[in-house]
Design a binder for this molecule. Structure first.
Ligand code: FAD
Length: 449
Protein backbone atom coordinates (compact mmCIF):
# COMPACT_ATOMS: atom_id res chain seq x y z
CA UNK A 1 0.00 0.00 0.00
CA UNK A 2 1.36 3.46 -0.76
CA UNK A 3 0.42 6.74 0.87
CA UNK A 4 0.56 9.90 -1.19
CA UNK A 5 1.59 13.17 0.45
CA UNK A 6 -1.02 15.93 0.09
CA UNK A 7 -0.02 18.60 -2.41
CA UNK A 8 1.33 21.72 -0.73
CA UNK A 9 -1.38 24.41 -0.72
CA UNK A 10 0.63 27.12 1.06
CA UNK A 11 4.24 27.61 2.18
CA UNK A 12 4.20 29.51 5.47
CA UNK A 13 7.28 31.09 7.06
CA UNK A 14 6.96 31.69 10.80
CA UNK A 15 9.54 34.24 11.91
CA UNK A 16 10.51 33.72 15.56
CA UNK A 17 10.34 30.49 17.55
CA UNK A 18 9.13 31.99 20.84
CA UNK A 19 6.02 30.50 22.37
CA UNK A 20 3.74 32.35 19.91
CA UNK A 21 5.58 30.81 16.93
CA UNK A 22 5.65 27.34 18.48
CA UNK A 23 1.93 27.24 19.30
CA UNK A 24 1.01 28.58 15.87
CA UNK A 25 3.14 25.83 14.29
CA UNK A 26 1.56 23.13 16.46
CA UNK A 27 -1.91 24.18 15.33
CA UNK A 28 -0.85 24.42 11.68
CA UNK A 29 0.66 20.94 11.80
CA UNK A 30 -2.42 19.54 13.51
CA UNK A 31 -5.03 20.95 11.14
CA UNK A 32 -3.27 21.61 7.83
CA UNK A 33 -1.31 18.68 6.39
CA UNK A 34 -1.22 20.57 3.07
CA UNK A 35 0.48 23.65 4.57
CA UNK A 36 4.27 23.59 4.76
CA UNK A 37 5.60 25.41 7.84
CA UNK A 38 9.15 26.61 8.44
CA UNK A 39 10.21 28.50 11.55
CA UNK A 40 13.16 30.90 11.25
CA UNK A 41 14.62 31.66 14.68
CA UNK A 42 17.49 34.07 15.32
CA UNK A 43 18.86 32.21 18.38
CA UNK A 44 20.96 29.04 18.12
CA UNK A 45 18.53 27.14 20.36
CA UNK A 46 15.16 27.62 22.04
CA UNK A 47 15.36 29.44 25.35
CA UNK A 48 13.01 31.23 27.73
CA UNK A 49 13.51 33.54 30.67
CA UNK A 50 13.64 31.74 34.05
CA UNK A 51 10.29 32.97 35.34
CA UNK A 52 6.68 31.97 35.78
CA UNK A 53 3.71 32.46 33.49
CA UNK A 54 -0.03 32.37 34.20
CA UNK A 55 -2.61 30.81 31.88
CA UNK A 56 -6.32 31.60 32.28
CA UNK A 57 -9.21 29.22 31.41
CA UNK A 58 -9.87 31.07 28.13
CA UNK A 59 -6.37 30.11 26.95
CA UNK A 60 -6.44 26.69 28.58
CA UNK A 61 -9.49 25.79 26.46
CA UNK A 62 -7.35 26.45 23.38
CA UNK A 63 -4.15 24.67 24.39
CA UNK A 64 -6.13 21.63 25.51
CA UNK A 65 -7.15 21.21 21.87
CA UNK A 66 -3.52 20.48 21.04
CA UNK A 67 -4.20 17.09 22.60
CA UNK A 68 -1.57 16.99 25.34
CA UNK A 69 -3.54 18.62 28.16
CA UNK A 70 -2.60 15.86 30.57
CA UNK A 71 1.13 16.51 30.09
CA UNK A 72 0.48 20.24 30.47
CA UNK A 73 -1.45 19.63 33.66
CA UNK A 74 1.49 17.68 35.04
CA UNK A 75 3.77 20.71 34.82
CA UNK A 76 1.13 23.21 35.98
CA UNK A 77 0.64 24.64 39.42
CA UNK A 78 -3.03 25.26 40.24
CA UNK A 79 -4.32 22.22 38.28
CA UNK A 80 -7.87 21.48 37.21
CA UNK A 81 -10.46 21.18 39.93
CA UNK A 82 -8.63 23.38 42.40
CA UNK A 83 -9.47 27.05 42.66
CA UNK A 84 -6.38 28.99 43.61
CA UNK A 85 -6.97 31.93 45.86
CA UNK A 86 -5.20 35.10 44.84
CA UNK A 87 -4.66 36.98 48.09
CA UNK A 88 -3.89 40.67 47.92
CA UNK A 89 -2.07 42.47 50.70
CA UNK A 90 -0.95 46.01 51.08
CA UNK A 91 2.79 45.46 51.40
CA UNK A 92 4.47 48.88 51.44
CA UNK A 93 4.19 49.30 55.19
CA UNK A 94 6.00 47.82 58.21
CA UNK A 95 3.37 45.08 58.63
CA UNK A 96 1.39 43.89 55.61
CA UNK A 97 -2.40 44.32 55.66
CA UNK A 98 -4.86 41.86 54.08
CA UNK A 99 -6.66 43.76 51.33
CA UNK A 100 -8.92 41.23 49.54
CA UNK A 101 -9.12 37.78 47.95
CA UNK A 102 -10.07 36.75 44.43
CA UNK A 103 -10.61 33.23 43.13
CA UNK A 104 -10.22 33.23 39.34
CA UNK A 105 -9.26 29.87 37.84
CA UNK A 106 -5.67 29.86 36.62
CA UNK A 107 -2.70 27.61 35.96
CA UNK A 108 0.88 28.68 36.54
CA UNK A 109 3.87 27.35 34.62
CA UNK A 110 7.62 27.53 34.60
CA UNK A 111 8.24 29.15 31.21
CA UNK A 112 11.00 26.85 30.05
CA UNK A 113 9.02 23.74 31.03
CA UNK A 114 6.10 25.03 28.98
CA UNK A 115 8.28 25.90 26.00
CA UNK A 116 10.03 22.51 26.12
CA UNK A 117 6.68 20.74 26.09
CA UNK A 118 5.41 22.75 23.12
CA UNK A 119 8.65 22.09 21.21
CA UNK A 120 8.53 18.35 22.01
CA UNK A 121 5.23 18.02 20.17
CA UNK A 122 6.35 19.73 16.94
CA UNK A 123 6.68 17.08 14.25
CA UNK A 124 10.04 16.86 12.46
CA UNK A 125 11.30 19.70 14.58
CA UNK A 126 14.85 19.44 13.20
CA UNK A 127 13.58 20.11 9.69
CA UNK A 128 10.97 22.67 10.72
CA UNK A 129 13.05 25.05 12.87
CA UNK A 130 15.99 26.81 11.24
CA UNK A 131 18.20 28.23 14.00
CA UNK A 132 20.63 31.14 13.66
CA UNK A 133 18.34 32.80 11.07
CA UNK A 134 17.78 36.42 12.09
CA UNK A 135 15.44 38.08 9.60
CA UNK A 136 16.66 41.47 8.43
CA UNK A 137 13.75 42.13 6.06
CA UNK A 138 11.47 40.57 3.48
CA UNK A 139 10.54 41.55 -0.07
CA UNK A 140 6.95 40.96 -1.17
CA UNK A 141 6.28 41.45 -4.93
CA UNK A 142 4.20 44.58 -5.51
CA UNK A 143 1.88 42.55 -7.77
CA UNK A 144 0.62 40.65 -4.70
CA UNK A 145 1.47 37.31 -6.29
CA UNK A 146 4.66 35.26 -6.55
CA UNK A 147 7.19 34.26 -3.92
CA UNK A 148 8.04 36.44 -0.93
CA UNK A 149 11.78 36.58 -0.25
CA UNK A 150 13.12 36.49 3.31
CA UNK A 151 16.55 38.04 3.84
CA UNK A 152 18.57 36.97 6.87
CA UNK A 153 21.43 38.72 8.63
CA UNK A 154 23.83 35.88 7.73
CA UNK A 155 23.45 36.79 4.04
CA UNK A 156 21.20 33.83 3.16
CA UNK A 157 17.62 34.01 1.95
CA UNK A 158 14.54 31.82 1.67
CA UNK A 159 11.15 32.05 -0.03
CA UNK A 160 7.54 31.46 0.98
CA UNK A 161 3.91 32.34 0.13
CA UNK A 162 2.95 33.77 3.55
CA UNK A 163 4.99 35.43 6.33
CA UNK A 164 3.76 35.24 9.92
CA UNK A 165 5.79 37.48 12.24
CA UNK A 166 6.04 36.11 15.78
CA UNK A 167 9.43 37.75 16.31
CA UNK A 168 8.62 39.62 19.49
CA UNK A 169 8.36 43.25 20.51
CA UNK A 170 11.32 44.35 18.36
CA UNK A 171 9.88 42.54 15.33
CA UNK A 172 11.77 42.84 12.05
CA UNK A 173 8.62 41.69 10.24
CA UNK A 174 6.66 44.60 11.76
CA UNK A 175 9.45 47.01 10.87
CA UNK A 176 9.44 45.92 7.22
CA UNK A 177 5.63 45.88 7.04
CA UNK A 178 5.27 49.41 8.43
CA UNK A 179 8.21 50.74 6.40
CA UNK A 180 6.57 49.39 3.22
CA UNK A 181 3.23 50.89 4.24
CA UNK A 182 4.94 54.23 4.96
CA UNK A 183 6.61 54.23 1.53
CA UNK A 184 3.22 53.63 -0.07
CA UNK A 185 1.44 56.27 2.07
CA UNK A 186 -0.41 59.11 0.38
CA UNK A 187 1.50 61.90 2.14
CA UNK A 188 4.47 62.55 4.43
CA UNK A 189 2.30 62.98 7.55
CA UNK A 190 0.68 59.56 7.08
CA UNK A 191 4.11 58.03 6.41
CA UNK A 192 5.57 59.53 9.62
CA UNK A 193 2.60 58.28 11.66
CA UNK A 194 3.05 54.74 10.32
CA UNK A 195 6.76 54.77 11.15
CA UNK A 196 6.14 56.12 14.66
CA UNK A 197 3.27 53.84 15.63
CA UNK A 198 5.38 50.72 15.21
CA UNK A 199 8.13 51.87 17.63
CA UNK A 200 7.79 50.30 21.14
CA UNK A 201 7.46 52.62 24.14
CA UNK A 202 8.51 52.24 27.76
CA UNK A 203 5.60 51.61 30.14
CA UNK A 204 7.41 53.38 33.00
CA UNK A 205 7.86 50.04 34.78
CA UNK A 206 10.97 48.15 35.74
CA UNK A 207 10.32 44.60 36.88
CA UNK A 208 12.89 42.77 38.98
CA UNK A 209 12.25 39.11 38.19
CA UNK A 210 13.75 36.11 39.89
CA UNK A 211 13.10 32.58 41.08
CA UNK A 212 13.62 31.45 44.66
CA UNK A 213 14.58 27.79 45.04
CA UNK A 214 12.15 26.59 47.73
CA UNK A 215 14.87 24.30 49.12
CA UNK A 216 16.88 27.37 50.09
CA UNK A 217 14.13 28.77 52.35
CA UNK A 218 13.86 28.27 56.10
CA UNK A 219 11.58 25.36 57.07
CA UNK A 220 8.76 27.46 58.56
CA UNK A 221 8.66 29.73 55.49
CA UNK A 222 8.92 26.86 53.00
CA UNK A 223 5.66 25.23 54.09
CA UNK A 224 3.82 28.52 53.88
CA UNK A 225 5.03 30.00 50.59
CA UNK A 226 4.44 26.96 48.39
CA UNK A 227 0.71 27.49 48.91
CA UNK A 228 0.82 31.19 48.10
CA UNK A 229 -0.51 33.15 45.21
CA UNK A 230 0.00 36.58 46.60
CA UNK A 231 0.02 40.11 45.27
CA UNK A 232 1.53 42.81 47.44
CA UNK A 233 0.23 46.25 46.59
CA UNK A 234 2.04 49.53 47.19
CA UNK A 235 2.20 53.08 45.92
CA UNK A 236 3.85 52.89 42.49
CA UNK A 237 5.22 49.44 43.36
CA UNK A 238 3.81 45.96 43.56
CA UNK A 239 4.95 42.36 43.81
CA UNK A 240 3.54 39.10 42.42
CA UNK A 241 4.53 35.86 44.09
CA UNK A 242 3.51 32.28 43.24
CA UNK A 243 4.96 28.76 43.16
CA UNK A 244 5.88 27.05 39.88
CA UNK A 245 7.49 23.79 38.73
CA UNK A 246 5.44 21.69 41.17
CA UNK A 247 6.51 23.86 44.10
CA UNK A 248 10.27 23.72 43.41
CA UNK A 249 10.51 27.47 42.85
CA UNK A 250 8.74 30.63 43.93
CA UNK A 251 8.32 33.11 41.11
CA UNK A 252 8.80 36.70 42.25
CA UNK A 253 8.11 39.72 40.04
CA UNK A 254 8.77 43.05 41.76
CA UNK A 255 7.53 46.12 39.90
CA UNK A 256 8.61 49.73 40.32
CA UNK A 257 6.67 52.35 38.34
CA UNK A 258 8.03 55.77 37.35
CA UNK A 259 5.02 57.88 36.26
CA UNK A 260 7.10 60.34 34.18
CA UNK A 261 8.58 57.45 32.22
CA UNK A 262 5.27 56.15 30.85
CA UNK A 263 5.18 56.44 27.05
CA UNK A 264 8.80 57.61 26.70
CA UNK A 265 11.83 55.99 25.06
CA UNK A 266 13.84 54.09 27.68
CA UNK A 267 17.42 55.24 27.99
CA UNK A 268 19.49 52.11 28.71
CA UNK A 269 19.55 48.35 28.18
CA UNK A 270 16.11 46.72 28.38
CA UNK A 271 17.42 43.75 30.41
CA UNK A 272 20.30 43.72 32.91
CA UNK A 273 21.57 41.67 35.85
CA UNK A 274 20.99 43.07 39.31
CA UNK A 275 21.77 41.82 42.81
CA UNK A 276 18.99 40.67 45.17
CA UNK A 277 20.27 43.25 47.70
CA UNK A 278 19.76 46.07 45.19
CA UNK A 279 16.16 44.90 44.69
CA UNK A 280 15.53 44.78 48.44
CA UNK A 281 16.77 48.37 48.67
CA UNK A 282 14.03 49.49 46.24
CA UNK A 283 11.46 48.01 48.62
CA UNK A 284 12.88 49.43 51.87
CA UNK A 285 10.10 49.93 54.44
CA UNK A 286 8.05 46.98 53.10
CA UNK A 287 6.99 44.14 55.40
CA UNK A 288 10.18 42.28 56.52
CA UNK A 289 8.76 38.93 55.31
CA UNK A 290 8.65 40.28 51.76
CA UNK A 291 12.22 41.55 52.07
CA UNK A 292 13.41 38.16 53.33
CA UNK A 293 11.82 36.48 50.32
CA UNK A 294 13.45 38.90 47.91
CA UNK A 295 16.89 38.19 49.35
CA UNK A 296 16.41 34.56 48.28
CA UNK A 297 16.10 35.34 44.54
CA UNK A 298 18.85 33.69 42.54
CA UNK A 299 20.35 35.84 39.80
CA UNK A 300 17.50 38.37 39.42
CA UNK A 301 17.11 40.37 36.22
CA UNK A 302 15.87 43.93 35.82
CA UNK A 303 13.53 44.37 32.82
CA UNK A 304 12.39 47.68 31.45
CA UNK A 305 8.80 46.74 30.54
CA UNK A 306 7.92 47.97 27.06
CA UNK A 307 4.68 47.87 25.14
CA UNK A 308 3.44 48.66 21.65
CA UNK A 309 1.07 51.42 20.73
CA UNK A 310 -2.16 50.22 19.12
CA UNK A 311 -1.24 49.31 15.55
CA UNK A 312 -3.66 50.28 12.77
CA UNK A 313 -3.36 46.76 11.29
CA UNK A 314 -1.89 43.32 12.09
CA UNK A 315 -1.76 42.35 8.40
CA UNK A 316 -0.63 43.72 5.08
CA UNK A 317 -0.84 41.66 1.91
CA UNK A 318 0.37 38.12 2.62
CA UNK A 319 2.12 39.10 5.86
CA UNK A 320 0.64 39.11 9.37
CA UNK A 321 1.87 39.78 12.90
CA UNK A 322 1.07 37.86 16.06
CA UNK A 323 2.06 37.80 19.72
CA UNK A 324 4.30 40.54 21.06
CA UNK A 325 5.18 41.56 17.48
CA UNK A 326 1.53 42.66 17.12
CA UNK A 327 0.41 43.77 20.57
CA UNK A 328 3.17 43.65 23.19
CA UNK A 329 1.45 44.72 26.38
CA UNK A 330 2.22 45.38 30.02
CA UNK A 331 2.00 42.17 32.07
CA UNK A 332 -0.77 43.30 34.43
CA UNK A 333 -3.45 41.08 32.90
CA UNK A 334 -0.96 38.17 32.75
CA UNK A 335 -2.10 37.80 29.17
CA UNK A 336 0.61 38.62 26.61
CA UNK A 337 1.24 34.96 25.89
CA UNK A 338 -2.45 34.13 26.20
CA UNK A 339 -3.24 36.68 23.51
CA UNK A 340 -0.41 35.27 21.37
CA UNK A 341 -1.94 31.81 21.71
CA UNK A 342 -5.35 33.16 20.68
CA UNK A 343 -3.70 34.76 17.62
CA UNK A 344 -1.99 31.50 16.67
CA UNK A 345 -5.18 29.50 17.10
CA UNK A 346 -7.30 31.85 14.97
CA UNK A 347 -4.59 32.19 12.30
CA UNK A 348 -4.08 28.43 12.06
CA UNK A 349 -7.85 27.83 11.96
CA UNK A 350 -8.16 30.30 9.07
CA UNK A 351 -5.22 28.87 7.12
CA UNK A 352 -6.59 25.33 7.59
CA UNK A 353 -9.56 26.18 5.35
CA UNK A 354 -8.88 24.55 1.99
CA UNK A 355 -10.43 27.45 0.04
CA UNK A 356 -7.54 29.66 1.29
CA UNK A 357 -4.74 29.69 -1.27
CA UNK A 358 -1.82 31.95 -2.19
CA UNK A 359 -4.17 34.02 -4.35
CA UNK A 360 -6.69 34.91 -1.61
CA UNK A 361 -4.64 34.54 1.57
CA UNK A 362 -4.25 38.33 1.86
CA UNK A 363 -8.06 38.56 2.24
CA UNK A 364 -7.98 35.74 4.80
CA UNK A 365 -5.34 37.61 6.84
CA UNK A 366 -7.57 40.70 6.83
CA UNK A 367 -10.22 38.56 8.55
CA UNK A 368 -7.62 37.56 11.16
CA UNK A 369 -6.91 41.27 11.72
CA UNK A 370 -10.61 42.10 11.95
CA UNK A 371 -11.28 39.43 14.58
CA UNK A 372 -8.12 39.58 16.67
CA UNK A 373 -6.96 43.22 16.67
CA UNK A 374 -9.86 44.87 18.55
CA UNK A 375 -9.82 42.17 21.20
CA UNK A 376 -6.05 42.11 21.77
CA UNK A 377 -5.84 45.91 21.81
CA UNK A 378 -8.57 46.10 24.42
CA UNK A 379 -6.47 43.78 26.60
CA UNK A 380 -3.48 46.07 26.05
CA UNK A 381 -5.61 48.91 27.47
CA UNK A 382 -7.07 46.86 30.34
CA UNK A 383 -3.59 45.74 31.28
CA UNK A 384 -2.40 49.32 31.73
CA UNK A 385 -5.44 50.07 33.91
CA UNK A 386 -4.70 46.99 36.07
CA UNK A 387 -1.15 48.27 36.51
CA UNK A 388 -2.40 51.63 37.74
CA UNK A 389 -4.83 49.84 40.07
CA UNK A 390 -2.10 47.66 41.54
CA UNK A 391 0.13 50.69 41.95
CA UNK A 392 -2.63 52.36 43.99
CA UNK A 393 -3.14 55.14 41.46
CA UNK A 394 -6.90 54.67 40.90
CA UNK A 395 -10.12 53.83 42.78
CA UNK A 396 -9.78 56.54 45.42
CA UNK A 397 -6.01 56.16 45.88
CA UNK A 398 -5.06 58.92 43.45
CA UNK A 399 -4.11 61.50 46.08
CA UNK A 400 -2.43 59.14 48.56
CA UNK A 401 1.31 59.88 48.55
CA UNK A 402 4.00 57.19 48.95
CA UNK A 403 4.72 58.53 52.40
CA UNK A 404 1.07 58.38 53.48
CA UNK A 405 0.77 54.92 51.97
CA UNK A 406 3.76 53.65 53.97
CA UNK A 407 1.98 54.54 57.23
CA UNK A 408 -0.78 51.99 56.52
CA UNK A 409 -4.08 51.83 58.42
CA UNK A 410 -6.40 52.23 55.40
CA UNK A 411 -10.13 51.44 55.57
CA UNK A 412 -11.43 48.28 53.88
CA UNK A 413 -13.63 50.27 51.43
CA UNK A 414 -10.52 51.56 49.71
CA UNK A 415 -9.42 48.00 48.97
CA UNK A 416 -12.94 46.94 47.95
CA UNK A 417 -12.91 49.54 45.18
CA UNK A 418 -9.63 48.11 43.80
CA UNK A 419 -10.95 44.55 44.11
CA UNK A 420 -14.15 45.36 42.23
CA UNK A 421 -12.33 47.05 39.37
CA UNK A 422 -9.85 44.18 39.00
CA UNK A 423 -12.67 41.60 39.05
CA UNK A 424 -14.63 43.41 36.32
CA UNK A 425 -11.49 43.91 34.22
CA UNK A 426 -10.46 40.25 34.41
CA UNK A 427 -13.88 38.66 33.80
CA UNK A 428 -13.08 37.91 30.16
CA UNK A 429 -10.21 35.58 31.18
CA UNK A 430 -12.75 33.02 32.42
CA UNK A 431 -14.87 33.09 29.22
CA UNK A 432 -14.56 31.12 25.97
CA UNK A 433 -13.21 32.60 22.73
CA UNK A 434 -14.56 29.87 20.45
CA UNK A 435 -17.36 32.17 19.22
CA UNK A 436 -14.72 34.53 17.79
CA UNK A 437 -12.92 31.65 16.07
CA UNK A 438 -16.25 30.51 14.59
CA UNK A 439 -17.00 34.03 13.36
CA UNK A 440 -13.59 34.14 11.63
CA UNK A 441 -14.27 30.79 9.95
CA UNK A 442 -17.71 31.90 8.78
CA UNK A 443 -16.08 34.89 7.04
CA UNK A 444 -13.24 32.80 5.57
CA UNK A 445 -15.61 30.19 4.15
CA UNK A 446 -17.38 32.97 2.23
CA UNK A 447 -14.12 33.98 0.46
CA UNK A 448 -13.94 33.24 -3.24
CA UNK A 449 -11.24 30.62 -3.91
C1 FAD B 1 7.21 40.35 33.81
C2 FAD B 1 6.35 39.70 32.76
C3 FAD B 1 5.39 38.78 33.16
C4 FAD B 1 4.53 38.20 32.21
N1 FAD B 1 3.59 37.31 32.64
C5 FAD B 1 2.73 36.78 31.74
C6 FAD B 1 1.73 35.86 32.17
O1 FAD B 1 1.63 35.52 33.35
N2 FAD B 1 0.86 35.35 31.23
C7 FAD B 1 0.95 35.70 29.90
O2 FAD B 1 0.13 35.22 29.10
N3 FAD B 1 1.91 36.57 29.46
C8 FAD B 1 2.79 37.10 30.34
N4 FAD B 1 3.77 37.95 29.91
C9 FAD B 1 3.87 38.27 28.46
C10 FAD B 1 4.57 37.16 27.69
O3 FAD B 1 5.80 36.85 28.29
C11 FAD B 1 4.81 37.56 26.25
O4 FAD B 1 3.67 38.19 25.73
C12 FAD B 1 5.13 36.35 25.38
O5 FAD B 1 6.23 35.64 25.90
C13 FAD B 1 5.42 36.79 23.95
O6 FAD B 1 5.75 35.68 23.17
P1 FAD B 1 6.21 35.87 21.66
O7 FAD B 1 6.51 34.49 21.16
O8 FAD B 1 5.22 36.71 20.94
O9 FAD B 1 7.53 36.75 21.72
P2 FAD B 1 8.98 36.36 22.27
O10 FAD B 1 8.88 35.49 23.46
O11 FAD B 1 9.71 37.64 22.41
O12 FAD B 1 9.63 35.49 21.11
C14 FAD B 1 10.12 36.08 19.94
C15 FAD B 1 11.08 35.09 19.27
O13 FAD B 1 11.50 35.63 18.03
C16 FAD B 1 12.92 35.55 17.92
N5 FAD B 1 13.33 36.67 17.07
C17 FAD B 1 13.38 37.98 17.40
N6 FAD B 1 13.76 38.71 16.34
C18 FAD B 1 13.93 37.84 15.31
C19 FAD B 1 14.32 38.00 13.95
N7 FAD B 1 14.59 39.21 13.42
N8 FAD B 1 14.41 36.89 13.17
C20 FAD B 1 14.13 35.65 13.68
N9 FAD B 1 13.78 35.45 14.97
C21 FAD B 1 13.68 36.55 15.77
C22 FAD B 1 13.42 35.62 19.36
O14 FAD B 1 14.69 35.06 19.50
C23 FAD B 1 12.34 34.84 20.09
O15 FAD B 1 12.61 33.46 20.12
C24 FAD B 1 4.66 38.54 30.83
C25 FAD B 1 5.65 39.44 30.42
C26 FAD B 1 6.49 40.02 31.38
C27 FAD B 1 7.52 41.00 30.91
Amino acid sequence: MSFSQPQTRLRVAVIGGGMAGLVLTLFLQKHSPDVQVDIYESAQALSEVGAGITMWPRVWEIVEQLGFGEELNEIASGPAGKTPSFTYYKGDQPEMQLAFRRKPLARMFHRSQLQTLFAKHIQNIDQVIHFGKRLSDYVAPASGTGEITLNFRDGTSATCDVVLGSDGIRSAVRHTMYEDMAKAASDEKAATELRQVSVPIWSGNIVYRGLIPVESLAEDMKAEVVTWIRVFLGKNQHIICYPIAQGKFINLANFVFTPEGEGTQYDGPWVSHVSAEAVVEKFGGWDPLIQTLMKGMSDPLAWAVHRLKELPTFSSGRVALLGDAAHAMTPFQASGLGQAIEDGFVLASILAQTNVTASNVAEALKIYDKIRRPFAQNIQRLSDVNGHCQHLRRCGWEDVTAEESSRGGFAQERFDAVSELLASQMKWTQESMMGERDEALRMVKALAA
